[in-house]
Design a protein around this ligand. Structure first.
Ligand SMILES: [Zn+2]
Ligand SMILES: [Zn+2]
Length: 132
């Protein structure tokens, strides 16, 4: 029997651990059955509701929950939501600026490469022709 220990902090099942335990069996059918069972039940601890028909996936903990436990505040992701909201409030355009930054970075890299190539080809050119 596999015992699932859960820390007081987390209200969410440790599916990775469960999955590891489920896949220890050498019987492939049993492993598949166990994995399916874990994947099709609500991620909330003590909740055994099936989620194969309808599941709410939490973007914070990546858990799949039944409608009762789908809200982040209910299954323990309330802090993550508040953090996220605060982050958005403080830096509303974080994502945008990040994208712009990476775009600028690639442009810079391209420019540098271009310059290097130009220098190389120039060197080759002057070497062939000798000093001007
Ligand atoms: Zn969550
Ligand atoms: Zn549930």
């Amino acid at each position: 029997m596999a015992t699932i220990t859960v820390t007081d902090k987390s209200k969410v099942k440790n599916k990775e651990k469960d999955l590891k335990e489920a896949t220890t069996s050498k019987d492939l059918d049993e492993v598949l059955h166990n994995v399916k069972k874990i994947d099709n039940t609500c991620s909330f601890v003590k909740c055994k509701k099936r989620t194969n028909d309808f599941a709410i996936e939490c973007k914070y903990c990546k858990g799949r929950f039944c409608p009762t436990h789908g809200l982040p505040e209910i299954h323990g992701c309330g802090d993550a939501v508040r953090k996220d909201e605060k982050q958005r409030y403080l830096h509303p355009n974080t994502k945008l600026t990040e994208e712009k930054h990476s775009q600028a970075q690639t442009k810079l890299n391209m420019k540098l490469k271009q310059m290097q190539q130009e220098r190389k080809s120039k060197q080759g050119f002057t070497n062939k022709k000798g000093k001007q």
